[in-house]
Design a protein around this ligand. Structure first.
Ligand SMILES: Cc1ncc(COP(=O)(O)O)c(C=O)c1O
Length: 372
């Protein structure tokens, strides 16, 4: 009999939990959305949250709110998931990619400064800077905010992966001028699809809601003065979120424990991992490590043959054919991470026995490589 499959991270479809919640509260659709938004705002330390259909939609609206227009330059990390970058292009703007630093694997503040200076010299102040806390580990926020703040560049925090992380006890989502998060199926907390724009100002929240609901004017008849989007979250997703989000802190504790066990048990097979900067607390969304040698894809294949799911680290955006024309400030860090790193099963439901099996398989893989 084959061993049970160990997923990267999995959320069971516990419909009965949502049904029990709704049987008790009987929330009308609008009320479900409003309550979910209040809870999201409270958990992310912002005044207002607008629930939308995805994190990608949230980034699109956040960039629009920051005033990004066709032809503008938007600074963004090279080492991220493509959803960070695509919405820049939806607005006809130009991504300017910044490589990662070695400590947290996030946007490198030194390269960021260099890029900003070059843009200013060309007379083109970047319209916004997107910052990701990749795999849930906070970026070097102090240095990034200082670099952007000196030139009035709005910072958008893409907290899709980092819900529950903090910097100096400030929740991820509230670290930039505008925040976004995602509730898609693979995140720490899920609505099985969905996202939110996180805002400090009520007028901004109204604006985002207006764009997300087809930009309909507040009139008794249908009038649309701008092009809008059908980006509103469904009340069913909001209900799911109302039952899932209260578990955030406990799930983060479990994910951190999973990361810590890998770290202890894989010992010196690990050559790199994400470090928490001073004052930072990672949610360890995905336990990600660089191992000896450049054998990430072979290890991933070996794990899969033994029914263990894993993922390579991000293939940097400057290697994506869709962005081959985009400028990038590179230092080789994201290239090296991609060649030699891997995300291991990291779910808050991962059992100790299953994690032992993952560790044993990895140790065996490297022993064989040494002997062979
Ligand atoms: C860094 C990052 N940004 C944005 C997104 C987009 O979120 P969604 O899948 O909800 O559109 C994701 C995840 O999917 C992500 O990992």
């Amino acid at each position: 009999m084959s061993a049970p499959f160990i997923p990267l991270s999995a959320h069971p479809l516990h419909l009965e939990t949502v049904q029990a919640f709704q049987a008790e509260h009987r929330l009308p659709a609008q009320e479900a959305l409003a309550r979910f938004e209040q809870l999201v705002a409270a958990k992310t330390g912002v005044a207002f949250a607008v629930a939308v259909s995805s994190g990608t939609a949230a980034i699109h609206l956040a960039l629009k709110l920051a005033g990004v227009r066709p032809g503008d330059v938007v600074l963004a990390p090279a080492f991220t998931y493509v959803a960070t970058i695509n919405p820049i292009r939806y607005l006809g703007a130009e991504p300017l990619l910044i490589d990662a630093e070695e400590d947290t694997w996030n946007l490198d503040p030194t390269l960021l400064r260099e890029a900003i200076q070059d843009c200013l010299q060309r007379g083109k102040r970047p319209a916004a800077c997107l910052v990701v806390n990749t795999y849930g580990t906070p970026a070097k926020w102090g240095a990034i905010l200082a670099a952007c703040g000196e030139h009035g560049i709005p910072v958008i925090e893409d907290a899709a992966e980092s819900l529950g992380a903090t910097v100096d006890e400030k929740p991820s989502g509230s670290l930039g001028d505008i925040g976004i998060t995602s509730f898609n199926t693979n995140k720490v907390v899920t609505c099985f699809g969905g996202g939110a724009v996180l805002l400090k100002d009520e007028q901004q929240a109204e604006r985002v809601l207006y764009w997300a609901t087809q930009a309909r004017s507040a009139l008794p008849y249908y009038e649309h003065r701008e092009v809008g989007y059908n980006y509103r979250m469904s009340p069913l997703q909001a209900l799911w979120g109302l039952t899932d989000l209260p578990e955030l802190d406990e799930r983060v504790r479990r994910r951190r424990a999973v990361f810590q066990r890998y770290r202890e048990e894989l010992g010196d097979l690990i050559t790199k991992m994400q470090h928490e900067d001073a004052g930072a607390y990672s949610n360890r969304w995905l336990s990600s490590f660089v191992f000896r040698g450049e054998r990430a894809l072979a290890l991933q294949q070996h794990l899969l043959e033994l029914r263990i799911e894993s993922r390579p680290l991000w293939n940097p955006m400057h290697h994506q054919p869709a962005f081959s024309d985009v400028n990038a400030y590179r230092n080789g860090v994201s290239d090296r991470l991609f060649r030699s790193g891997i995300c291991l099963p990291s779910g808050h439901r991962l059992s100790a026995d299953d994690q032992e099996r993952v560790v044993a398989v990895i140790c065996h893989f490297f022993r064989q490589a040494t002997n062979g």
